[in-house]
Structure formats: structure tokens, C-alpha cells
Design a protein around this ligand. Sequence first.
Ligand SMILES: O=C(O)CCC(=O)C(=O)O
Ligand SMILES: [Fe+2]
Length: 315
Amino acid sequence: MAKTSIPTVDLSPFFTKGDEEGKKKAIKIIGHACSEYGFFQIVNHGVPVDLINRALKLSKTFFDYPSEEKLKSSPQPGGPLPAGYSRQPERSADKNEFLLMLPPGSSHNVYPSNPPGFRELLDEIFSYLVKTGSLIESLLNDCLGLPPNFLKDYNNDRKWDLMSTFRYFPATDMENTGVGEHKDVNCITFVFEDEVGGLEVKKDGEWISVAPTQGTLVVNVGDIIQVLSNNKFKSASHRVVRQQGRNRHSYAFFYNLGGDKWVEPLPQFTKAIGEPPRYRGFFYKEYLQLRLRNKTHPPSRPEDVISLAHYAIPT
Ligand SMILES: O=C(O)CCC(=O)C(=O)O
Ligand SMILES: [Fe+2]
């Protein structure tokens, strides 16, 4: 039986006045979760539960359409990323089809015209997730003991945020990988999934199944936070496992970082405490391109797949 064992945090104290105790408690759980798991779940997070449920329902309706209808929302050529509907190529290790979007208002976005209301809903939920992303970022800022608003001022370009809704195909007798083991490249990721579930998180070499809970957002720390904090907070490995006989639906929102930002371990986690930096610095865009290349040109040798290890300084 799948069991959720990642910590759960109630964010309601941040939406009401007072309750300093509640805030302290939440920050403590988050700090512990980020150093031990790299993952946690949030409830009362500011995104209306009804919106989450409708988002899953409408994406199911969309993915149930025949291919020719879905392909009407194929990406425009020349965008920075294939915003719109795509299906993973047969050779891909990821067994899903997806609808990807950049922030509302981006000229690259290609929205489905059906089901009715889907476009408006995608824009609305994206905007809510940005707000919750900024809240979590400020809480990570506190947990890390950084100067007030440090992460907010550093990560001040919201044009790079992304959201994708996925439909994973049922597992076959031969294999059940939905998305293979990976760590997210960005700052903070939110995931919500339907009742089928399948998200798994690696902790101390063991896979933990995250049991899907309606209205809950699963949060994970990405590589950027791991580098800035010089490994204090970890970007945990995770994967999606498919079940036989059932499609699985999910949304992932990536609270990102501007591509022109320089990423390196902060002095608070290196010089100030006498620790050597675990990574050399890089422009985020450079790392993003390498990670994208893993997908577009999968290397034949697994050791050639680029991860954060590419920038690691051997100890
Ligand atoms: O579909 C999901 O639950 C998560 C997908 C994922 O890990 C990712 O896109 O990075
Ligand atoms: Fe991921």
C-alpha cells in the first residue's frame, strides 16, 4: 500500500494575521523537510482546492480528445520551449503527453480552445501558483537564515516560470516508468496529481510513494536552491511510476530563475562558516540548455546525462 511519508505543512498561518506560533512551526517543518527530504506537502496554500480539482478534470477532458483535436494546439516554431501540446516521442524514456505553458500573456503560449474555460483556468491557476511559489521562496529564505527578501530580490524575473499538465499512459507488461529518476533544475516545484498517483521520492536510497491527496500540493526543492545553499537543502531525486490499465494525470509548476542569473554557493554557506563551495558557478541558462539537451538528444551512455554533478567540485 502506498504511504505518504513526506512531511506536511499547513500554511494557513501565513494567510491570517497573528499566529506567530503557527508560522514558526511551519518554518521549522519546512527547514527540516528541505534538509532531510528535499520534499514536503502543503495544505491551505492559497490555491483554491476547487480550482485544482477543476484543473485535473479539464485536463482529462482535453487529453481524451482525438489526436487531431489536441494537435491543433501544437507549439509554434521558434519559441524558447515547446509551449502547447506535445506527445513524447516513442524513443523517449518519459511516457506521457503534455500541455506546456509559459506565464499568462506570453506570446509563445498556444492554448487549446476546448474544453471551454480551460484556457482561463490555466491562466488563473498559474497566477495562484506563482503567488504560492513566492511565499515558499520567502519561507526558504527564512529557513536558510538569509537576509530578508534576499531570494526575492535575486529571483526577480518571473518570465521563466513554467507549468505543464501531463497525461501518462498505462504501464505495459514490460515496463512502468512514467518519468525516470531525476532532480528538478529550477528553484521550487509544485505537483498535484489525480487519484491514480505514481510520484515517488528517493530518501536515503529508498523510494517513498507520495499518496495523492486532493487539494494538496507536493513541493520539492530544485537544483538552484541546492547550489545556493551549498547542499544544506537538497534537490531530491524523484520519478513517476505508471500503473497498468489507467492513465495518470498531473500538473507540475516550476518556479524558476531568470536565465541570465549567476548561480553559485552563497558566502553564508561557504566562507562565513569555513566550508568549501561544493559547486563552481554558472549562468543558469547554460545549465538549462545542457539539461534540455539531455531530452532532445538523449546520450547513449547514462554517464553522459548532464546533472548538477557537472558543476560539482570534487572534495
Ligand atoms: O508528473 C509529475 O508528477 C511530476 C513530473 C516531474 O517530475 C517533472 O516534470 O519534473
Ligand atoms: Fe521533476
